[in-house]
Ligand binder design. Structure first.
Ligand code: FES
Ligand code: MG
Length: 578
């Protein structure tokens, strides 16, 4: 039974529309200019729909229609829907990386809500950074919010092969380089790998982050697993519209939903799904916006006792998000691992996560494995520390060869991406399969924006010898659809003089994943000498948004938020006072 906490008089939008003064006259007359009668919007919850649709975002192509379904739901429940477009951040179109703009979307979301007569908000996102960006902004704005995930696209298909986003593009590209796939066949793959609207259908960043949005309680139960073209997705959209109006009356704000427990649930679920490493950065920043101090240790701790049970590519070998949905989707997965969850965490539907997943069944034990027959016993990811990464770095042990768990090897260091790319093609490159390939100046400031360069290509010379994996290390991120022994997110980054900047080709590096350590075998005196000689690379930006980014971006282990956006940076912004 919902408890009504808000009255017509205490609606936030009443400050715009309810008064008998000249300013309110202006607000009302301009809504009437759009053809609405006062009884359609005065005294009703005004629901902003932040829509990240654009003609450049194939993943959100259906949002143009879906927003109408959300509006239908809002109207049915007695609210007044207003669509407010927000920056779209297409992962497949934006250069150098959407990560440069996640915080821009977060700022836009927060200020769109704050500056307009908004009582509640529907967040429409899904393509990678749009999910954390929208949630971070809405959390800081503080009004009731519900997230509508774009949903995964259908499985890819080409000549009878099932194609998975990202992962299969690289696989077939190698075949094409080897001359085994013709130009015509390649065009066939291009047309088949993304054959409906919706987000990448592997367990990449999009599927990871929308599942996290659901786990922390910010979507309707089951919402994140529904494929974008499915009619259930339309129904979920209109139901979200109906529900947000009720949430306004109940004053069910993100602060009541997003607690430390709900973020711990998110981390547990991310591990069980074999999540994208990008989740670490986003969950830390989202949690901090909600006032919860989540750090790298929380991920490492959870990965030691939550097995990977979602058999979805790239951690799994066969299945994709469409299969996950048919197997019962996220509620079924969560029900399987309910012993690892805080079941009393509240969600947008006003019920607890435990109530929402009660009775959710798994229909295919190979797609969602039982806890006692997991894909990997533990180790969706591990956090390593040492003299090369004092503030930590991450690796996905489940995705790399066992021989790298304890290993020493020579460093082969590259200062930038173009020189690395050129070198790995050379037949005379001095490299063996036991070396560490190192790329620096690819972090939040050095990249800039921490591009997804972390899966460094295996040198061609070694590929010819049959080498398919080797240790690679950088302060970059990698795509959620990548794999291999890649050590990522080294903090502090090299561009600001982190110890990664001091490594030299030929130094010995030792990794010990069970001990969670990574060190370069170089004396402290020698490192101090190198540090004294070190010079920061040239500035990336002298003006514009990039300049602001450079002034305020935080390091990977802190979630890459802007310092001035973090909770507690200064006094709360409050409401516009006129
Ligand atoms: Fe949009 Fe992958 S490109 S989710
Ligand atoms: Mg991606």
């Amino acid at each position: 039974m919902s408890i009504r906490k808000k009255s017509i008089e205490t609606l936030r939008s009443a400050r715009w529309f309810a008064k008998d003064d000249l300013r309110s006259f202006g607000h009302r007359s301009r809504v009437m200019q759009m053809g609405y009668a006062p009884e359609e919007f005065v005294g009703r919850p005004v629901i902003a729909i932040l829509n990240t649709w654009s003609d450049m975002n194939s993943c959100h192509m259906h949002f143009k229609q879906r927003v109408e379904d959300v509006k239908r739901g809002v109207l049915q429940a007695g609210g007044f829907p207003v669509e407010l477009p927000a920056i779209s951040l297409s992962e497949s179109a934006v250069k150098p990386t959407t990560m440069l703009y996640r915080n821009l979307l977060a700022i836009e979301a927060e200020e769109l809500i704050r500056s307009h007569p908004v009582d509640g908000v529907v967040l429409m996102g899904g393509c990678d950074k749009t999910t954390p960006g929208l949630l971070m902004g809405a959390t800081s704005a503080g009004v009731p919010a519900i997230f509508v995930p774009a949903g995964p696209m259908l499985r890819g298909n080409w000549q009878g092969h099932v194609l998975g986003s990202g992962s299969d593009a690289w696989k077939f590209w190698d075949e094409r380089r080897a001359g085994k796939i013709s130009k015509e066949e390649w065009v066939g793959i291009e047309g088949g790998i993304a054959r409906s609207h919706g987000t990448c259908m592997t367990m990449g960043t999009a599927s990871t982050m929308t599942a996290i949005a659901e786990t922390i309680g910010m979507t309707l139960p089951g919402a994140s697993s529904i494929p974008a073209p499915d009619a259930s997705h339309v129904r979920m959209s209109s139901e979200s519209g109906r529900r947000i109006v009720e949430m306004v009356w109940e004053d069910l704000t993100p602060a009541r939903i997003q607690t430390r427990e709900s973020f711990e649930n998110a981390i547990a679920v991310a591990m069980a799904m074999g999540c994208s490493t990008n989740a670490i950065i986003h969950v830390i920043s989202m949690a901090r916006r909600a006032g919860c101090d989540i750090g790298l240790e929380d991920f490492d701790k959870m990965s030691r006792h939550v097995p990977v049970i979602a058999n979805i590519r790239p951690s799994g070998e066969t299945y994709l998000m469409e299969d996950f949905y048919y197997a019962g989707g996220l509620p079924a997965l969560m029900n399987r691992m309910r012993a690892k969850l805080h079941l009393d965490a509240l969600t947008v539907n006003g019920r607890t996560i435990g109530e929402n997943i009660d009775g959710a069944e798994v229909y295919n034990d190979d797609v969602i494995r039982p806890m006692d027959n997991p894909l990997y016993e533990e180790g969706a990811l591990a956090v390593l520390k040492g003299n090369i990464a004092p503030d930590g770095c991450v690796i996905k042990p489940s995705a790399c060869e066992k021989r790298f768990f304890k290993h020493s090897g020579r460093a082969l260091v590259f200062d930038d991406y173009p020189s690395m790319k050129e070198a790995v093609e050379r037949d005379d490159l001095d490299v063996t399969a036991d070396d560490f390939l190192i790329l620096r100046n690819a972090g939040p400031l050095g990249g800039p924006g921490m591009p997804e360069w972390g899966m460094l290509p295996i040198p061609k010379k070694l590929v010819k010898q049959g080498v398919r994996d080797m240790l690679r290390m950088s302060d970059a991120r990698m795509s959620g659809t990548s794999y291999g022994a890649c050590i990522l997110h080294v903090a502090p980054e090299s561009y600001i003089g982190g110890p990664l900047a001091l490594v030299r080709t030929g130094d010995i590096i030792t990794i010990d994943i069970p001990a969670r350590s990574i060190n370069m075998e170089v004396s402290e005196e020698e490192l101090a000498r190198r540090k004294a000689e070190w010079k920061q690379p040239p500035k990336r930006f002298e003006r514009g948004y990039g300049w602001m980014f450079s002034q305020h971006i935080k390091q990977a282990n802190e979630g890459c938020d802007f310092d001035f956006l973090e909770t507690g940076f200064g006094a709360g912004v409050g409401e516009p006072d006129i």
